[in-house]
Design a protein around this ligand. Structure first.
Ligand code: ADP
Ligand code: ZN
Ligand code: ZN
Length: 723
């Protein structure tokens, strides 16, 4: 009997598909196979081989071809991904596909790993052995250089200069062939770091001593030397011949970060992020899968690299929102990292200066061990925090006079200022002073942002843009004024006020594309800028030794938001931005501008810092029954027709029958209209995670059966971070 394969396909359907195995010995689980599917051929992943199928013999198709000799996805990864698919209620085929780099999702050949190299063919060896050959040519020099075996191009070029032309000719004549070699030789030996202080030492020892799964929260202020702890722990892990996976937020993976890891560890670091070409990504991924890459540094999706010799996982800045995937398979990389560490039986280190309330609650509950770094390394002092009351102040482009005074003082001392505002563009609103009309996006019914440099109005929600009207479309008045401040306007105001001080603005408008961003971050310490203006992109990055003043222009945005996580985010942001000030010997200062200086949370943050704020917020969340003390799942739906949306959400509500669950809805989404679609949602809440988990598959099955769902797009978000 031919074995039958259960195969997960990248289609939005739950369950698997049965095919006859194309080979007598079935491919191992985790292998890719090419199968006919409808009129297409698609790449699927083998889940298991079985003897019989429920599909009738006549209907059972045969898989076309097995693509991998060895399974691409390890047994542990298959287990973790199956659990993740179940937990996040996402089709397994799509989850498995999301784990693979794009280049490996098709039937094309695997890119080879390693550095480009050359070696002699038997024909080349014969030429070399011929005493009558032409000597003294570049080709002859190349053949001789390869006499002892294959060498990388880089290695050859240190002796011979450019070899490209000679190599091309030699390959054309069949004397030389191209291959790839592991490029370990290129990395210089590890550079020793500073001697660790006592707390760092203790943290490193605790991590290195962990035998098997052990979750740690490395809780240390910015500049307290968390990265030094990761590096030392990773070194110990490498000494045992194990691999280390390090996740960082998208914004923190700068060329400097990579350089630091490479230099300090003395090994090649495989990098995985969305800015790489597909082949490069696949190559790094395969290097990890083959156990060649010892250290893997990457952003969210790097979580899914196979780690055949796993030693530890690090999640740096574990509170960062970019770890949550916000579309398709909506996983949280930090949470899955813990799940993976458990499956792999390795320690996992979550590091942050401002730990998420989830992780702090896990410490409280005794599930995570907290390692603390209380002091900034070296001489650096913590920055002082100061609230500037904006009420009844005569503001100049959003700045209070005291703030401008502080900036002037700082510049006079020849130090650097960072001005932070979480809003790009010139102004968030264009308002008619005569009648109150404001420019709105016709597809979202939200204010359009004024971008002055290129003279456009843009909707930051759907991307719609238009030219600003010359006159008010309602009253014909000409007094159209930009209201409020974006980074572009702050930059303009500061340039006017401090004409001598060079300014650099950092936001998505000035850093289109990853390359531009890397280049800017690379130059940032040497731009000569005295003033940096930017969005949260500026909250992280490498050292700015002259930075001593941070101005948070609009602290109120976080205090008055409806989102229950807003205060946590504001606290994290303020502390993270503040952490950039005064890293060197000079003490830093932070100014928070607010219209509500008496806000209780602000007082807590000022008095006790993030720690006190987090304690207070955890208390509030517990009292209010909010995460992490309750478990949420959010059903989001959208439709062109408001009636279809309403009917769907009502029907979905009617299908909620479980005990131990609270359902809120149908609710309008925070943006009830976006890009022309009407949007609504249902929030499910449970005190016990298991009850929610048990109910969701049943509910989603029922939703798929509802009539008229074709007109509605919906998705489920387990543990949503934006409600
Ligand atoms: P974090 O990751 O917590 O922000 P880093 O590990 O980047 O902190 O350390 C901040 C700075 O302090 C770096 O320049 C680092 O080289 C330095 N540093 C860290 N630990 C020590 C130490 N034990 N002695 C001296 N300098 C240190
Ligand atoms: Zn008007
Ligand atoms: Zn819009």
């Amino acid at each position: 009997m031919t074995p039958i394969l259960r195969i997960a396909l990248p289609v939005p359907l739950h369950g698997w598909f049965d095919y006859r195995s194309p080979t007598a010995v079935p491919p191992a689980p985790g292998s890719r196979v090419l199968v006919p599917f409808g009129r297409r051929r698609v790449v699927g992943i083998v889940l298991e081989a079985v003897a019989t199928s429920e599909v009738g013999d006549g209907q059972l198709k045969t898989a076309e071809r097995v693509l991998d000799e060895h399974p691409l996805l390890t047994a542990e990864l298959m287990t973790t991904l199956r659990r993740a698919a179940r937990y996040y209620q996402h089709p397994l085929g799509e989850v498995l596909q999301a784990a693979l780099p794009v280049a490996l999702r098709s039937a094309r050949e695997l890119p080879e790993s390693g550095a480009p190299a050359l070696r002699l063919t038997p024909a080349g060896e014969a030429v070399l052995a011929d005493p009558g050959r032409r000597r003294g040519t570049r080709i002859d020099a190349l053949l001789q250089a390869l006499a002892g075996g294959a060498r990388t191009t880089a290695d050859l070029e240190t002796g011979l200069g450019t070899v490209a032309t000679a190599a091309r000719t030699a390959v054309a004549r069949g004397w030389v062939e191209r291959q790839r070699l592991a490029a370990a030789a290129a990395v210089p030996a590890a550079v020793a770091g500073p001697p660790l202080n006592e707390e760092q030492q203790a943290a490193t020892e605790a991590i290195a001593a962990a035998d098997g799964y052990a979750p740690f929260l490395l809780d240390g202020v910015t500049g307290s030397g968390k990265t030094e702890v990761y590096l030392q722990a990773i070194r110990r892990c490498l000494e045992r011949g194990r691999q280390a996976l390090v996740l960082v937020p998208e914004i923190a993976l700068t060329p400097q970060a990579l350089k630091r890891f490479r230099e300090r560890l003395g090994v090649e670091v495989a990098v995985l992020h969305s800015g790489l070409g597909e082949t490069e990504r696949a190559r790094a991924w395969l290097a990890a899968a083959r156990g060649e890459a010892q250290v893997i540094l990457g952003t969210r999706s790097a979580l899914f690299v196979p780690l055949p010799r796993a030693g530890m996982i690090v999640v740096d800045e574990e509170h960062d929102a970019s770890y949550k995937q916000q579309e398709g398979f909506r996983y949280h990389a930090r949470d899955l990292a813990v799940l993976r560490a458990k499956a792999l039986g390795v320690p996992v280190v979550l590091g942050s200066a401002t730990p998420s309330l989830e992780s702090l609650a896990n410490v409280e509950a005794g599930r995570y061990q907290r390692l603390r770094l209380r002091h900034r390394a070296g001489l650096a002092q913590p920055p002082s925090l100061r609230v500037v009351d904006l009420r009844r102040q005569r503001l100049q482009h959003g700045f209070a006079p005291v703030t401008l005074g502080a900036i002037a003082d700082c510049l006079a001392r020849d130090e650097q200022v960072l001005v932070f505002k979480n809003r790009r563009g010139y102004a968030p609103v264009l308002l008619c002073h005569d009648c109150g009309w404001s420019a709105q996006c016709p597809h979202c019914e939200r204010a359009m942002t004024v971008h002055r440099r290129d003279g456009r109005l843009r909707c930051h929600h759907c991307g719609y843009e238009s030219a600003p009207p010359r006159a008010c479309p309602d009253c014909g008045g000409l007094a159209l004024n930009p209201l409020g401040q974006g980074t572009e306007r702050l930059e303009e105001a500061l340039a006017e006020r401090f004409p001598q001080a060079p300014i650099v603005r950092v936001d998505r408008d000035t850093t289109r594309g990853r390359r531009a961003r890397d280049a800017l971050f690379d130059r940032l310490p040497d731009t000569g800028a005295r003033i940096l203006v930017g969005t949260q992109m500026l909250a992280k990055g490498h050292d700015l030794p002259h930075l001593t003043l941070v101005v948070v222009v609009g602290a109120d945005e976080g205090l008055f938001s409806v989102d229950f996580r807003a205060a946590e985010r504001l606290g994290q942001l303020v502390v993270q931005v503040a952490g950039r000030a005064g890293r060197a010997e000079r003490p830093g200062a932070v100014i928070l501008q607010t219209h509500d200086p008496a806000h209780p949370l602000l007082a807590v943050l000022l008095d006790g810092g993030y720690r006190a704020l987090a304690t207070q917020l955890l208390k509030d969340r517990r009292a209010a029954g909010l995460p992490p003390f309750a478990h949420f799942a959010l059903l989001r739906a959208e439709a062109k027709s408001p009636q279809a949306l309403d009917a769907f959400l009502r029907a979905a509500m009617a299908k909620i029958d479980a005990n131990g669950l609270l359902a809120h809805g149908p609710l309008a989404a925070p943006m009830p209209l976006r890009a022309g679609a009407h949007r609504g949602q249902i929030l499910l809440e449970a005190a016990v995670r298991g009850e929610l988990q048990a109910f969701l598959p049943r509910w989603l099955d029922a939703l798929r059966e509802l009539p008229g769902t074709r007109a509605v797009r919906w998705s489920i978000d387990v543990d949503p971070v934006d409600l």
